[in-house]
Design a protein around this ligand. Sequence first.
Ligand SMILES: [Zn+2]
Length: 140
Amino acid sequence: MNDVGKSPGDDGSRAPQSQKATVERLTKAREIVDLAWRDLPPTHRALLEAIGADKFDVVDQPLGSTVNALLISAGLSVAALDEAEFDDSVGIWIPSLRVMLVNASHESLDGLDARSFEAAIARIAWHEWGHALRARAITT
Ligand SMILES: [Zn+2]
């Protein structure tokens, strides 16, 4: 560990600590989704790639607002999208963007040990990819 990048007056207590925990959780979740992708049956993986559904991202914020921002920046804003409804979701599949998102900071993942966290993230990813193989609407 070194102090490079620390701001003046930063004593390393609460705020930076929780920020570090958030970054570690996000990094871990990304690794797990990556592994979950490689654990998919090759035929399913090929199918997802063929329909362009092999993109995914792990974020640390509510999914409703994240999805809205993505849709708007892609010029696909849907006025009717209820952010609150999707903010409760831990995973989401967005057909119009062909992307699957996981919210690693979702409260349902709080306090899980490493094993349970890994199982939960992998299950979410597989569930959403299952939707990708079928669904034409935004699903969680
Ligand atoms: Zn679902």
